[in-house]
Design a binder for this molecule. Structure first.
Ligand code: AMP
Length: 126
């Protein structure tokens, strides 16, 4: 069920629990601002999620309320993870789902990195 991108942050959401170490994950990167791990249900040969360490529900919440260091740290971490996983050449897809129409399921900001094959059309055709 997609979430509301403007809802209050839920400290018991699944990614908050992963960040606290209450739930296991398959990590690929960790720093002061971001944590990256393999998606549990991969949609491509390589499917990594990158999340900020801060309590942000969505891209909307993060872009409005995060401070400059958090934003820079998160964006740099996304690029670093892509480079470290050899995604830059031949390329990859970066995606963030936001709210109901975006189909966002987990109420902690995350970006998806998809790679390892040609990703096809940008959106599924009806
Ligand atoms: P979204 O629809 O953008 O909110 O995507 C949520 C993503 O989180 C989906 O691709 C799920 O497969 C992934 N996911 C859900 N639970 C876990 C988990 N425990 N570990 C890793 N990925 C997860």
């Amino acid at each position: 069920m997609p979430i509301d991108a403007t809802q209050a942050y839920d400290d018991n959401n699944i990614f908050a629990r992963i960040l606290r170490g209450d739930l296991p994950s398959n990590p690929v990167y960790d720093d002061e601002y971001a944590f990256a791990f393999h998606d549990i249900n991969p949609q491509a040969p390589l499917h990594i999620l990158v999340i900020p360490k801060g309590r942000y529900v969505s891209w909307d919440d993060f872009s409005a309320k995060a401070n400059d260091a958090e934003i820079a740290g998160f964006i740099r971490a996304v690029g670093h993870v892509a480079r470290e996983n050899n995604l830059v050449e031949p390329g990859y897809r970066l995606l963030a789902n936001i709210g109901q129409h975006g189909g966002q399921e987990v109420p902690h900001l995350h970006v998806h990195l998809f790679g390892g094959q040609f990703m096809g059309p940008m959106l599924a055709r009806a």
